[in-house]
Design a protein around this ligand. Structure first.
Ligand code: ATP
Ligand code: MG
Length: 192
């Protein structure tokens, strides 16, 4: 009698939950976490740890090693430009009870990066195209019961010079993220 529990897809242990993101340095993460702290006061909410704060560019989900390789080749083939991001507002999504921070104006270089990445992942690697419009945001807290009264913030300036691939593991304490790849935004084409 074979041990069914030991019979797993040979690729299963190589599958990872991955997403492309913009990852701020620790100083920017700290400043944004502080804004969340101020805005939420003593409200019941689950603030994300500062080191988890990020902007998701494209969510890949659970993928095998071949698909990860395809996504990495796609990322390497993009020619994104660096841009400055002013994280100057907080926002609240009542349907998700979520507090976020983001830019009032999304730079066109960021719109392009997200669109080019989504398009290339779909055409080269078979990922589904994201139907929702890209909305640049960093989730600051979940389970926020209502819109906080104070959502004006001192802008946090973030010079964005790279994007990253992140592996996500969910544990009892929430998600743990590990950067597993990074690509510079230099404005050069891949063939330069
Ligand atoms: P957890 O799911 O463990 O509570 P999380 O949502 O932060 O934590 P992931 O689900 O791995 O972790 O998501 C990683 C990133 O991708 C997050 O920024 C999340 O908002 C985003 N994301 C997750 N699922 C999707 C999806 N279906 N479409 C777009 N973005 C997604
Ligand atoms: Mg999730």
């Amino acid at each position: 009698m074979p041990n069914i529990c030991a019979m797993t897809d040979e690729n299963a242990d190589q599958r990872q939950r991955l997403f492309f993101a913009l990852w701020p340095d620790a100083e920017i993460q700290g400043a944004l976490a502080e804004h969340a702290c101020q805005a939420l006061d003593r409200r019941r909410a689950r603030r994300l740890p500062a080191e988890n704060l990020h902007i998701t560019l494209a969510f890949l989900g659970e993928v095998d090693a071949d698909t990860r390789a395809c996504a990495e080749a796609t990322a390497a083939g993009l020619s994104g430009e660096p841009f400055g991001l002013s994280i100057d507002r907080l926002g609240y999504w009542p349907q998700k009870n979520l507090l976020w921070a983001g830019p009032s104006t999304t730079p066109s270089a960021l719109e392009r990066l997200a669109a080019d990445l989504g398009e290339a992942l779909a055409s080269d690697c078979g990922f589904e195209r994201e139907q929702r419009a890209f909305k640049a945001h960093l989730t600051l807290a979940r389970k926020v019961p209502k819109m906080p009264p104070r959502i004006a913030i001192e802008p946090v300036d973030w010079p964005v010079e790279r994007f990253v691939l992140v592996a996500s593991e969910t544990g009892p304490q929430g998600a743990t993220y590990t950067i597993v790849g990074e690509w510079p935004l230099t404005g050069d084409t891949a063939s330069d």
